[in-house]
Write a protein that binds this ligand. Structure first.
Ligand code: HEM
Ligand SMILES: *[C@@H]1O[C@H](CO)[C@@H](O)[C@H](O)[C@H]1NC(C)=O
Ligand SMILES: *[C@@H]1O[C@H](CO)[C@@H](O)[C@H](O)[C@H]1NC(C)=O
Ligand SMILES: *[C@@H]1O[C@H](CO)[C@@H](O)[C@H](O)[C@H]1NC(C)=O
Ligand SMILES: *[C@@H]1O[C@H](CO)[C@@H](O)[C@H](O)[C@H]1NC(C)=O
Ligand SMILES: *[C@@H]1O[C@H](CO)[C@@H](O)[C@H](O)[C@H]1NC(C)=O
Ligand SMILES: *[C@@H]1O[C@H](CO)[C@@H](O)[C@H](O)[C@H]1NC(C)=O
Ligand SMILES: *[C@@H]1O[C@H](CO)[C@@H](O)[C@H](O)[C@H]1NC(C)=O
Ligand SMILES: *[C@@H]1O[C@H](CO)[C@@H](O)[C@H](O)[C@H]1NC(C)=O
Ligand SMILES: *[C@@H]1O[C@H](CO)[C@@H](O)[C@H](O)[C@H]1NC(C)=O
Ligand SMILES: *[C@@H]1O[C@H](CO)[C@@H](O)[C@H](O)[C@H]1NC(C)=O
Ligand SMILES: CC(=O)N[C@H]1CO[C@H](CO)[C@@H](O)[C@@H]1O
Length: 362
């Protein structure tokens, strides 16, 4: 009896201790895990739990080292992931270093080499720990998730199990798939809708412009020949000063209030006429998007929980899973037995894998 009650008491104490530890470890609860999007077939939360137990922790620590010296580097990794997902899905294709590939396209010209480098560094470490196991597409997804959190954004789980592409797109295809900064609302919506993302996702994910830099060429159309009336006048004048012409290689912070913090201040900038792109400003040009912008500007927690959901949705665009694609050895180079043509790829996929794998079977 004594022993039993001690067991019960000890369990109670243990329960209390572990739940308070949980509170310590997760100081900001965001969307309940119940509310997180259901993984698409072939992806799951904690996919590497058995096959490479320390994978997620390794990504976290290398990202910590990378960002500790300069947290402003987070933006480069976050944007790299967006570009990966919007061009033929989140399949690591953006990482391929090839003059015929995605990297020489106009939007790439402002991708950061430091972001590509840290992905390669993480991948090399994971290859030494668990060879042929963790895909580059997942490394990038996990690194972007860490970048968001370590810059002060929401903490959340992200489904894994993506596989790497056996091919990559050329610069024409990249331009067709990435929204441009001069897009109006209807163009943005058709771009996002074509990726399975809705109006809420567009507003929410645009909030990533709460960190990072933009070059004059990305917004000079709003300064010359006429100044876009949606700009705050003083803000426009300061941009005219810092961007005397569009060819000048000057970078401007996208969130003037908290340039390196992943928070809702981008939405405050937006209502204040202090965002850089047409694509940003156009989120106010419609009552539905305007209402969402206002909700996010008013409440960082509402932004954070919405961002978590929309980001996970983005992270699952057209993913390769199961036996599709492969696990690249080096993220910037296709494995030597893969090919850049779709015909060859299809021949790698046995017929039984054409049907989606059930989530439970993974
Ligand atoms: C809504 C459509 C979008 C458009 C038109 C757009 C366009 C751009 C442009 C033109 C730049 C600046 C490039 C430069 O001049 O150097 C930029 C930067 C950035 N974008 Fe977007 N973007 C969009 C959505 C997104 C999304 C969905 C994310 C991520 C979830 C994202 C994350 C970023 C980040 C973090 C930067 C800063 C990069 C750095 O500092 O290196 N953007 N975006
Ligand atoms: C941090 O990185 C930014 C680019 O994101 C760069 O402009 C700045 O000089 C770096 N700061 C330091 C201290 O290295
Ligand atoms: C890409 O490859 C070229 C040579 O083909 C090399 O000079 C360049 O440094 C590589 N870039 C990166 C980011 O690895
Ligand atoms: C890459 O391969 C996929 C099939 O996995 C195919 O749908 C896509 O069209 C290919 N892209 C290019 C640029 O060849
Ligand atoms: C890019 O790929 C598409 C489809 O495969 C092709 O039609 C186009 O000519 C290519 N463009 C360039 C610049 O290579
Ligand atoms: C958005 O831009 C497209 C292409 O320039 C144009 O056809 C369309 O009319 C524009 N929509 C609005 C609402 O201005
Ligand atoms: C912005 O809204 C006005 C009406 O308020 C409309 O005339 C215009 O076409 C819209 N522009 C864009 C780019 O959506
Ligand atoms: C967008 O999709 C989410 C689910 O992912 C849903 O909760 C939300 O209501 C949708 N928004 C719109 C405007 O349809
Ligand atoms: C742009 O402005 C910079 C700085 O004022 C100047 O050095 C450069 O020549 C200008 N370029 C053009 C194309 O006007
Ligand atoms: C997303 O934002 C809307 C406000 O636009 C809010 O009503 C909703 O509760 C938010 N969703 C979550 C999961 O917080
Ligand atoms: C390519 O080779 C690697 C090992 O060298 C192997 O694991 C992988 O299954 C091969 N991929 C294909 C599609 O044959
Ligand atoms: C082929 C090419 O030009 N790729 C470039 C894409 O952008 C990165 C980052 O700036 C460069 O390192 C690549 O060389």
């Amino acid at each position: 009896m004594k022993i039993q009650s001690c067991v019960q008491l000890c369990q109670l104490v243990l329960l209390f201790v572990s739940s308070s530890m949980l509170l310590l470890v997760i100081p900001m609860a965001n969307a309940d895990s119940d509310d997180l999007p259901t993984p698409v077939a072939g992806l799951s939360y904690g996919f590497y739990e058995k096959s490479c137990h320390k994978a997620e922790n390794t990504v976290k620590h290398i990202m910590k080292d990378f960002l500790e010296s300069n947290v402003s580097q987070a933006a480069g990794v976050i944007r790299l992931f967006f570009h990966d997902c919007f061009v033929q899905g989140c399949d690591g294709s953006v990482l391929i270093n090839d003059t015929q590939g995605e990297q020489p396209s106009i939007p790439n010209q402002t991708l950061r080499a430091s972001a590509l480098d840290v992905i390669e560094q993480i991948k090399a470490k994971l290859e030494s720990m668990c060879p042929n196991t963790v895909s580059c597409a997942d490394v990038l997804a996990l690194a972007a998730r860490e970048a968001i959190r370590q810059a002060g954004g929401p903490r959340f789980e992200i489904p894994t199990g993506r596989r790497d592409s056996l091919n990559f797109s050329n610069s024409t295809i990249v331009l067709q798939n990435l929204p441009a900064p001069f897009f109006n609302l209807s163009q943005l919506l058709s771009s996002f809708n074509s990726k399975g993302l809705n109006t809420t996702d567009l507003v929410t994910l645009s909030g990533a412009h709460t960190v990072g830099l933009a070059h004059c060429s990305s917004f000079s159309n709003r300064l010359r020949p006429t100044v876009d009336p949606r700009f705050n006048k003083k803000f426009a004048n300061s941009l005219i000063q810092s961007c005397p012409n569009s060819s000048i290689n000057v970078a401007t912070g996208m969130d003037i209030l908290t340039p390196n913090k992943f928070d809702n201040k981008y939405f405050r900038d937006l209502v204040n006429g202090m965002v850089l792109f047409d694509s940003d400003a156009s989120l106010l040009n419609d009552s539905q998007t305007q209402a969402i912008v206002q909700d996010f500007a008013d409440d960082n927690n509402v932004f954070r929980s919405n961002f978590t959901i929309s980001f996970i949705k983005m992270s699952m665009i057209q993913v390769l899973t199961g036996n599709k694609g492969n696990i690249r050895k080096v993220c910037s180079v296709l494995n030597s037995n893969s090919s850049s043509t779709a015909t060859t790829i299809d021949s790698y996929i046995p017929a039984e894998f054409d049907a989606p794998l059930s989530y439970a079977s993974i």
